[in-house]
Design a protein around this ligand. Structure first.
Ligand code: NCD
Length: 365
């Protein structure tokens, strides 16, 4: 390693000797494990870089050479459709090589430990692990075991930071569009006082944990709406404006209605007398959606349980931005991969994107 490379690696390991009270930029970080790693400034930085990749995604050939020569492993030890494909698409659009780990056909099935598996894959020479696991803390453990970047793609009930980032990106994009402005022009002002209701199985939701942190950091007023049994223990300590058990009362004061899936695989059914009654009290249908504040957005991280937290007709309502969330997920994951793996020393991530864009334009590729 040259001394420059050492410096970059050290910086990424947080050894730069910078003031630890000021949050280092995302490019100076080594991992993305929690939204709280970012703070408001870090989130805004990701959104700015993601905007550039939203533009890239619209091109005929939506690909840039930013991570050529880097290898990204998607280590998913729990089911996933959109997050895994989204990360893999993002890495490929950055020209990285992708190793897609399939837990069900791996040596984990033969009893190999997660640590041995991770160390084995790392020995092949990889630059980043994107980790999903049913155990909270698994991505943090991977980050201790190997000397590569680690991105949390959802760990147990703990966190799902890129979901929260793509949600912020989507809200900002839609609100900016309505004002006839570019998202960058609006900054994060649009979040100040935005009334967000997070509805449903908050107790088992890593999405809710990350989104509450992200929306709250940007100044939104979050209300959790759920039956008492589906609220998390110690909900009083959550940084939210309120908690309600009455969806109909909350909807008229809601600008963003964020629905959560009832997490059957985590035993959510045991916390309810009946799923039918839950759907009747907490499911969003077209009649209820019509009572939302003017211009309100309806969001869902997917996968949806149609007929439970969301009625069949709701994803097609004009206020629904559920597929936009999916589309923006690719750009946001391109942004975080690029910021962790590809930002040249001395350049802000956004500046590096601009440089990259120039190189791309002039190469005629
Ligand atoms: C979520 C997840 O897996 O945490 N989905 C996703 O990643 N988009 C939400 C869920 O499974 O309910």
């Amino acid at each position: 390693m040259t001394s420059d490379q050492e410096a970059v690696a050290g910086k990424r390991r947080g050894e730069s000797g910078t003031d630890t009270n000021s949050a280092p930029s995302v490019g100076a970080r080594r991992h993305l494990l929690s939204v709280s790693d970012l703070g408001a400034e870090g989130i805004e930085e990701v959104l700015r870089v993601a905007d550039a990749f939203v533009e890239v995604s619209k091109r005929d050939i939506p690909k840039v050479p930013a991570l050529r020569g880097k290898t990204v492993v998607t280590l998913f030890v729990e089911e996933s459709t959109r997050t895994k494909l989204s990360f893999e698409t993002a890495a490929k659009r950055l020209s990285a090589d992708v190793l897609s780990f399939n837990a069900s056909s791996s040596s984990l099935k033969k009893g190999e430990s997660l640590r041995d598996t991770v160390e084995t894959v790392a020995a092949m020479g990889v630059d980043a692990f994107v980790v999903r696991h049913s155990a909270a803390g698994a991505p943090a453990a991977v980050a201790r075991w190997v000397d590569t970047c680690v991105l949390n793609a959802g760990d147990g009930w703990h966190e799902h930071p890129t979901q929260a980032l793509l949600d912020c990106c989507t809200i900002r994009q839609v609100l900016a569009e309505r004002d006839g402005r570019a998202p960058a022009e609006t900054g994060v002002e649009c979040f100040k006082g935005l009334r967000v209701a997070i509805v449903g199985d908050v107790r088992h939701s890593r999405v809710a944990r990350s989104s509450v942190l992200a929306f709250g950091a940007l100044g939104a007023r979050v209300t959790l709406v759920a039956p008492g049994t589906l609220l998390p223990p110690a909900v009083e300590a959550w940084p939210v404006a309120g908690v309600s058990h009455d969806l109909d009362e909350v909807l008229p004061q809601t600008d963003v209605c964020y629905l959560l899936r009832l997490q059957g695989e985590r035993g959510a059914g045991r916390f309810l007398p009946s799923v039918r009654e839950y759907a009747a009290a907490y499911g969003l249908n077209a009649r209820r959606a019509a009572t939302l504040a003017d211009g309100a957005l309806v969001m869902h991280p997917g996968p949806m349980n149609r007929g439970v937290e969301i009625a069949d007709e709701v994803p097609d309502l004009p206020g629904s931005v559920i597929l936009r969330q999916v589309a923006n997920g690719v750009a946001v994951r391109m942004a975080v991969l690029f910021m962790l793996l590809g930002t040249p020393q001395g350049k802000s991530p956004a500046g590096a994107v601009a440089g990259l864009e120039d190189a791309w334009e002039t190469s005629g590729a």
